[in-house]
Design a protein around this ligand. Structure first.
Ligand code: BGC
Length: 246
């Protein structure tokens, strides 16, 4: 099946047609910048621009940075409160003129890594954490996803962990890679105490810079960078069409 995958991030929407059998992007990704927070109008227009760029009429899968249940948007992290409690699938369907399935963005990245990347065929508990504007999470056991886990919102020193250890915090607080990795190690320690993962996959924008920080990462579990890098979000968004419900 060919699905247009769209990954909504804190600073841009990125999309490309995807072959859902292989997870391969069938064209170069197209990116539309957005502001943070992002209005409904701007976000929907950006999705429309991506479908127009590819002259797309087929199914669209969208990875959205918030809780998604059967196409409805629940709590939203960094994109903006205006998106909360909306029928996301209906909004994007109207904006793009295409059939749309929605799922959480980190769940999307996790599904792609487990289907086609470093999580493939891995037994036990696999935890993918995406480090970008926020921290997203996808938790698997025996290859089955526990959706909307929102582990970037586990509290640490009175605020969500994503405000302590997201990749955006590294830049904002001017942490070097080692200082940032030390924060990530604290986060991994908490995740290990809670879920005893056998494999932790580091996803999001930082995954392609793993040479800068992997040597500072310490955890009991095996820790690896995502193989599909940032494309996991797009490939996984397309996989929304291979799942029965969200
Ligand atoms: C949101 C999550 C999302 C993550 C990464 C968090 O702020 O609450 O739903 O997966 O950011 O985008």
């Amino acid at each position: 099946m060919k699905v247009l995958g769209i990954d909504i991030g804190g600073s841009a929407l990125k999309g490309a047609p995807v072959d859902t059998k292989t997870g391969r992007l069938l064209a170069e990704r197209y990116r539309v910048e957005i502001k943070s927070p992002c209005s409904l109008k701007e976000g929907l227009a950006a999705a429309r621009e991506i479908t127009r760029h590819f002259k797309w009429k087929g199914p669209v899968g969208i990875g959205f940075p918030g809780i998604i249940k059967a196409g409805h948007i629940g709590a939203v992290g960094n994109l903006g409160k205006v998106w909360e409690n909306k029928n996301g699938a209906a909004l994007f369907r109207r904006a793009t003129g295409c059939r749309v399935q929605l799922l959480n963005d980190a769940d999307a990245a996790g599904l792609a890594e487990v289907a086609f990347g470093v999580g493939r065929g891995r037994p036990g508990t696999v935890l993918l954490l995406t480090f970008g504007t926020g921290i997203g999470s996808a938790l698997f056991h025996g290859g089955v996803l526990f959706p909307n886990a929102e582990l970037g919102h586990v509290p640490w020193r009175g605020k969500p962990f994503e405000r302590y250890a997201a990749a955006s915090v590294r830049k904002r607080a001017r942490l070097d890679w080692k200082e940032w990795a030390q924060r990530v190690n604290i986060y991994f320690g908490v995740m290990e105490r809670l879920f005893s993962p056998d494999l932790i996959i580091i996803g999001g924008g930082v995954s392609k810079k793993s040479a800068k920080f992997m040597r500072y990462i310490r955890a009991r579990a095996r820790v690896v960078p995502a193989r599909l890098h940032n494309d996991a979000g797009i490939a996984g968004a397309a996989l929304a069409w291979s799942r029965k419900s969200g």
